[in-house]
Design a protein. Structure first.
Length: 882
RNA sequence: GGGCGAGUGGCGGAACGGUAUACGCGAUAGUCUCAAAAACUAUUGACCGUAAAGGUCUUGAGAGUUCGAAUCUCUCCUCGCCCACCA
């Protein structure tokens, strides 16, 4: 494709503000970044380059630039290397900020969001990326969330989506659940009432069903994110035992924590993943077997899932038939259990308070007070308060091993949501239990670690089921209808057994019984009504819209009610990268064939904050889709790359309240897009966190000006464009080609730019420069600075294609070696001299040794000394041990 | 408390068993200029040598392995991120 309408008048001064918008417009008109799914058959294969989709907060900030720009440079490099690169983007458009803004400023969440999307899309334009916006997803549009609802119904059918109860932040005055960010100092942000923890019924996704599948096994491919040292032992599995044990470990684990025998199970087979030179890159693409996620993510997720195997033990209450069930990972210590501790929310405590006449009044008050206090504690307060607190319940249970009666205590150091909400305390063996025992003067008896109590084996997870319903307006409506008539007519009788049997599709609300009826797939989407009072009113906003709420039951036609809650936005973002491949697809959430063609994602860029949130949910959805037969692979992304953070110039996180926000718009206005892009790539390693530096970007700007001036001089014949290249010229060029390419391949953007600077320093110092050098330089720079390179490319070759359609230059190893190598001479490991040796002769140790001995400095050190040993590393170093 | 990671010039960082401080910023001196900015040139880890030559030290602290360690091992210190009473 030829680019027409070229103006190639050479301007003496680099003026990015003029050329950048020009080329952005030309690229758009010419469609040079259009992705065609079919064309990868002719190329080296597809390459799905994905960046976490942004939330449309209003303005693009440097956080966005830092996620997208290096990712774009990588994508451009991949494209020039012959891959059919798919680089889409969209917006994660539902969520609380829109509602907050709406309440604060009186703008409708939808209008606010869509306006932000429009603005940010424009701002994306100035970033100069190769994103193809024909493939996109905006999650707040019915054409997208329709498929959220579809997926939700599939999950409901499979029993993955269910109604359950969990503790939530509750405002007793507003009668509503509160988000953490809506709690200020333990009080509701609107009415100021004290927030309590309350059991609230809500929708859950049974992610725990997939817990085992989500654990990264030791057998999964483990590669350092940036495999610089392919045969280095450091990239093998960690020797220290992490908190979460792997499956095999857990099976064989015992209380004494045997050393992990499988620690050395693998550490080889990495060479093929070492980034590739130009000839073997394609082999790792599109193969599910090569899953390469950073260690910190894999271990973070495994710890979060927290699989532990143990036992359920029953402790009988006195002589009664009732008992308290505890979960323990160390049943062999049961002989040392001297008391039980239950969570304040435990049903034993609740029932205790219901039969208050059986215990003394004072005691009852104390327990009631303690439980009430615990419920008031927000998560933050519990974190701050590290001293153990608790109260004796007045009850005793029988230790099943010793037969002794032991007291039952209530304490909030036991969590209601984990295990059974009750533990047996073994103060002899457990530090927390000992601390508690010492504080309340409870007995500590030795355990022999060989008790064998009777109980059921049980696997427990730290991971909880995912609560997905929200009492908010700006989200996906849940496609369930509650019908009283269906329940009555279907079952005719009220029968407790049936209720249990049909529990999954039966619900009680406000004293009424309902059947849960799915919205038929053909009725989707259930559109979010526009005119709704979304200010907090004691119930979910959609619950106030009677017209929308009351519907005919799709089953019986009788009066029924919609579910008034909306889905967590993490639901939206758990599968958007599937929608990207076929955004207009009508027959399902995505085109299965297209997905098979383009997924898994080859590289997924994003922030470290999503280690145990978003990326885990996305993996969960993928495994669910696989079970539905929608996708043929287990992992949605073959590689994950996490970036760091750009801080404000003062070293703090950029925030409006600190007044340290650097705006991309202004930096672009002053230095241009290319300088901003290059700066972000250059200033620090991609995964690092470092402050913005205004003076450093002016240095980058200087670099681009020098690139520009090189051209100016060529055109004015100040420099001759010669044809022949010296060996040194060739060597410098091929070193740069190799270094920049490998660094782009491995996400070492900063050193790639440094290599370009080094080569420019070399080129600038020369009297003459070759056209080949100049063109190669522009190509190597083009992924970072697409505008200036395009402009200069066309001023040199006015009728040519876009530089971005050129191929990546190839290096030839034969140019990488210089004529002479310098060999460092060491005496006992200390550098004393450096000698030049002809390349061919550097292979001969005796020759190098002889040359080294000739050096005056070396002579002085060797005089009168006995040489024990001479170590020679070819072409690098010679060490005399004396 | 747990997990993960990081400590290298004045600053961002490079090197990841083989010449530590690449590249950039900043700083100093010079050229140009009425002057400034910009640009260009030179110097720039510390110390001794007031110049040159030369030497000594230096990658958070200490030990170890090695002919050779910023890099590998151990102990300790500091900082960052994530999670947090997980039985």
């Amino acid at each position: 494709m030829k680019i027409k309408n070229l103006k190639f008048k050479i301007k003496p001064r680099y003026f990015p503000q003029e050329i950048e918008p020009y080329w952005q417009k030309v690229w758009k008109e010419q469609g040079i970044y259009k992705f065609s799914p079919a064309s990868h058959k002719a190329s080296r294969g597809k390459y799905y380059n994905l960046v976490e989709l942004p939330y449309p907060s209003g303005d693009l900030h440097f956080g966005h630039w830092f996620s997208f720009v290096p990712a774009d440079a990588h994508a451009r490099y991949k494209r020039m290397s012959g891959f059919n690169v798919f680089f889409p983007n969209g917006f994660d458009a539902f969520g609380l900020p829109a509602e907050n803004a709406a309440i604060k400023r009186g703008v409708h969440p939808k209008d606010w969001t869509m306006k932000n999307i429009e603005n940010m899309t424009k701002q994306f334009g100035t970033m100069g990326t190769m994103i193809d916006w024909n493939f996109t997803a905006i999650t707040c549009l019915p054409e997208y969330y329709r498929w959220n609802q579809w997926i939700f119904l599939k999950m409901f059918e499979k029993g993955i989506a269910y109604r359950g109860k969990a503790l939530s932040n509750w405002c007793p005055v507003d009668q509503t659940v509160l988000a953490n960010e809506h709690i200020e100092n333990g009080c509701c942000w609107r009415c100021g009432a004290e927030v309590i923890q309350k059991e609230v019924e809500q929708w859950f996704l049974k992610i725990t069903d997939y817990a085992d599948k989500l654990i990264w096994s030791e057998n999964s491919r483990v590669v350092d994110r940036q495999p610089r040292f392919s045969n280095d032992a450091r990239s093998s599995f960690p020797k220290k035992q992490s908190q979460t044990r792997s499956l095999s470990e857990s099976l064989s684990s015992n209380f004494k924590n045997k050393p992990n025998k499988s620690a050395t199970a693998f550490n080889s087979s990495q060479s093929e993943l070492t980034p590739s030179d130009q000839n073997n890159q394609s082999s790792i693409n599109n193969q599910q077997s090569a899953v390469d996620w950073p260690k910190e993510v894999r271990e973070g997720q495994n710890n979060w899932i927290g699989r532990s195997e143990g036992m359920l033990l029953e402790f009988k209450i006195g002589e009664a038939k009732a008992s308290i069930e505890v979960f323990t990972t160390r049943p062999e210590t049961t002989d040392g259990a001297t008391f039980l501790v239950v969570a304040p929310e435990h049903e034993f405590v609740t029932s205790l308070l219901n039969i208050k006449d059986k215990i003394s009044n004072i005691k009852y008050k104390g327990i009631l007070e303690y439980v009430g206090g615990a419920k008031k504690k927000t998560e933050m307060e519990r974190k701050e308060d590290r001293t153990k607190s608790g109260i004796f319940s007045g009850a005793y249970v029988k230790n099943p091993v010793t037969g002794k009666d032991i007291p039952v205590w209530v304490s909030d150091y036991v969590l209601a949501g984990y295990g059974t909400g009750a533990i047996m305390a073994v103060p002899y063996a457990d530090e927390r239990d000992r601390e508690f025992a010492e504080k309340f003067d409870l007995p500590i008896t030795e355990t022999k670690f060989n008790a064998k109590p009777k109980g059921k084996k049980r696997v427990n997870y730290h991971l909880r089921d995912w609560s997905v319903s929200r009492q908010r307006y700006w989200g996906t409506p849940i496609p369930i209808i509650y019908c009283h008539n269906c329940w009555e007519s279907k079952l005719k009788i009220k029968n407790e057994k049936l209720k249990i049997e049909y529990g999954r599709t039966y619900i009680e609300m406000d004293g009424q019984e309902y059947a849960m009826v799915q919205v038929p797939l053909e009725d989707l989407p259930i559109e979010l009504p526009y005119d709704v009072d979304y200010t907090p009113k004691g119930k979910p906003p959609l619950g106030t819209d009677e017209e929308w709420l009351n519907v005919k039951c799709p089953k019986c036609g009788g009066p029924a009610k919609r579910d008034a809650e909306t889905l967590d936005t993490f639901f939206d973002s758990a599968w958007y990268y599937y929608r990207y491949v076929s955004p207009k697809y009508e027959k399902g959430p995505f085109d299965k064939l297209r997905v098979k063609e383009l997924l898994p994602v080859d590289v997924y860029f994003g922030g470290a904050e999503h280690t145990v949130g978003h990326t885990l949910y996305a993996r969960f959805f993928t495994k669910f889709f696989k079970d539905l037969g929608l996708v043929p692979f287990d992992e949605f992304a073959s590689k994950r790359v996490q970036h760091g953070v750009i801080l404000g110039p003062d070293g703090n996180r950029m925030s409006k309240s600190r007044g340290n926000v650097v705006s991309p718009d202004e930096v672009v206005k002053e230095y241009g897009t290319d300088a901003s892009r290059l700066y972000l790539c250059f200033m620090m390693p991609y995964e690092a966190t470092a402050p913005w530096s205004t003076s450093a970007i002016s240095g980058i700007y200087r670099f681009l000006k020098r690139v520009w001036d090189l051209q100016y001089e060529i055109k004015n014949k100040k420099l001759n464009i010669k044809n022949g290249l010296s060996k040194e010229d060739l060597s410098q060029m091929h070193i740069a080609i190799k270094k920049v390419g490998e660094d782009l391949e491995n996400f070492h953007f900063n050193t790639a730019v440094a290599a370009l600077m080094t080569w420019l320093n070399f080129l600038s110092a020369k009297k003459e420069i070759a056209k080949e050098e100049y063109e190669t330089f522009l190509k190597l720079l083009s992924p970072f600075a697409p505008h200036i390179t395009e402009e200069l490319w066309h001023s040199l070759n006015p009728s040519d294609n876009s530089i971005h359609l050129e191929s990546w230059p190839k290096f030839d190893s034969k140019y990488l070696v210089a004529d002479k190598v310098s060999v460092v001479v060491q005496i006992n490991g200390k550098v004393r001299d450096s000698i030049k040796i002809k390349n061919q002769k550097s292979k001969i140790k005796s020759y190098v040794e002889e040359e080294a001995r000739k050096s005056g400095k070396v002579k002085r050190y060797l005089e009168g000394k006995e040489i024990k040993k001479v170590i020679y590393v070819e072409g690098r170093i010679i060490n005399f041990v004396i």
